[in-house]
Design a protein around this ligand. Structure first.
Ligand code: GDP
Ligand code: IMO
Ligand code: MG
Length: 423
């Protein structure tokens, strides 16, 4: 049985949580493969809004098993809060939620190191969510990390102490003003570890292999977006994991030839939160309107998201790197009432016109070249069938499909589960 894969094609917050929730009824297992609580995945149904950070977005469906894969980094304190927020839904976490023993733990000192590193960078800061993501993945690749499965071993607290002591020395090295009470943070951490241990830890690659043998359907859920990928994103303004398709193989132990559909999610415009280049960023009323109507504030940090026109050069690159087979366009409703829509179809790169994403996309190297399209006035939020969509929106979709050479199968017209049009 094949594994399908869903991921974001821009700088994150494309609407992955909503679409995973919509698609979950077709799957037995939803498996998160990378990132950690830097993610904020929003789901809306029955008039309630939920933001998930580490827990996969299939958690509300009765029969779906939700798996936190080995590629994910888990902060037990944040994880416990997420579980507490869901308490009123009476979900059977012991049955529905599985954790890979190979997932790495975010320690309190990882969070402090993140803050110290950012403070030391001044204006050049990454704009990290300060959840300790970078330092945790550094310890993973540096072979010093502590994994979920380690907490079942008798000596793990000795290893913890040695690592935390080293982190404290590193925090001192940064020589920035970070106030903290480690004893308090550690109390919280160790009690949250005990809560985590009430869940089922599994050898997830074996679990997923057996599930495939039994014909179970699996959806791999990505976090962040392709332009935040550690290799293919706008480095160094990226996150510390592979957010692109290959990350699902390493983050779950699924073989590449088992991946079937690759669902690529994008907004009808573009947003970015945190620092880093953004060629089509708008500083005018169009951008302000996107931010206001689209309610563009980070689901994890509450920071305002930067907004801009859709960048097809970057989107095409993401489609290519991921091997996207189906596209899903989100937040078309936000653009209702725009008199025109600009779509970036090429870059002027140091005097040359190019249509691929170059090594440097900073402002001084790249000027976007736009194609102007007609806007639409109609409110899309009550529409349920693709035949109702306005002509100008259909023209926009046709144009994108032609440029990207991949069909747009879902058009999302609002945050609710029901505001989803299949084409
Ligand atoms: P994720 O990180 O990719 O899961 O996306 P986020 O949840 O961070 O951000 C997407 C935001 O847009 C959330 O507030 C969603 O509720 C909202 N959203 C998703 N789809 C749509 C849509 O089609 N229209 C509108 N107006 N909002 C949407
Ligand atoms: P979801 O899954 C949007 C951004 C941060 C920062 C950079 C590095 O909700 O789409 P990190 O905390 O990883 O060290 O931050 O990446 N970032 C996100 N932006 N959506 C996310 O997740 C993000 N996760 C990280 O703003 O610029
Ligand atoms: Mg988000």
């Amino acid at each position: 049985m094949a594994v399908d894969l869903l991921l974001g094609l821009q700088w994150g917050d494309e609407g992955k949580g909503k679409i995973v929730d919509v698609l979950t009824r077709n799957y037995d297992i939803i498996a998160r493969f990378q990132g950690g609580p830097n993610a904020g995945h929003t789901l809306e149904f029955d008039g309630i809004k939920h933001v998930l950070h580490t827990i996969p977005s299939g958690i509300f469906h009765e029969n779906a098993i939700n798996l936190v894969g080995n590629g994910v980094v888990i902060d037990p304190v944040i994880f416990r809060k997420e579980l507490e927020n869901l308490a009123k839904f009476n979900l059977d976490f012991h049955k529905k939620l599985l954790i890979s023993r190979k997932a790495h733990l975010i320690l309190p000192t990882h969070r402090l190191l993140d803050a110290a590193s950012e403070a030391s960078k001044g204006k050049a800061k990454i704009g990290s969510t300060l959840k300790g993501i970078g330092p945790t993945y550094m310890d993973k690749t540096g072979r010093n990390g502590i994994r979920v499965g380690d907490t079942e071993l008798p000596d793990w607290k000795v290893r913890y102490r040695a690592l935390a002591d080293k982190h404290e020395a590193m925090i001192d090295f940064y020589n920035v003003d970070i106030q903290y009470n480690l004893a308090e943070l550690e109390n919280d951490f160790f009690s949250a570890i005990e809560s985590l241990k009430k869940l089922r830890f599994i050898d997830s690659e074996e679990y997923l292999y057996q599930a495939q043998q039994e014909g179970k359907t699996i959806l791999a859920e990505g976090a962040q977006g392709s332009l935040l990928d550690i290799d293919f994103g706008t480095y160094p303004y990226v996150t510390s994991s592979n957010t692109t398709a290959a990350g699902a193989c390493t983050g779950l132990g699924v073989a590449p030839n088992k991946i079937k559909e690759v669902f690529g999610i994008f907004k009808a415009y573009a947003t970015r939160v945190g620092s880093g280049p953004f060629p089509t960023e708008l500083f005018d009323d169009y951008g302000a309107t996107m931010g206001r109507v689209g309610n563009e504030f980070g689901a994890t940090t509450g920071r305002p998201r930067r907004c801009g026109w859709l960048d097809l050069v970057a989107l095409k690159y993401a489609v290519q790197v991921n091997g996207v087979t189906q596209l899903m366009m989100m937040k078309g409703d936000v653009l209702s009432g725009f008199d025109k829509l600009m779509v970036c179809t090429a870059y002027n790169y140091k005097g040359d016109v190019i249509t691929h994403l170059p090594y440097n996309i900073e402002e001084q190297n790249v000027t976007p070249i736009y194609t102007e399209m007609k806007g639409w006035k109609e409110d899309l939020t009550k529409m349920t069938k693709h035949t109702e969509l306005p002509q100008a929106l259909n023209d926009y979709i046709d144009f994108l499909e032609k440029e990207l050479e991949v069909p747009i199968k879902i058009v999302s017209v609002g945050p609710d589960r029901k505001q989803t049009i299949h084409r």
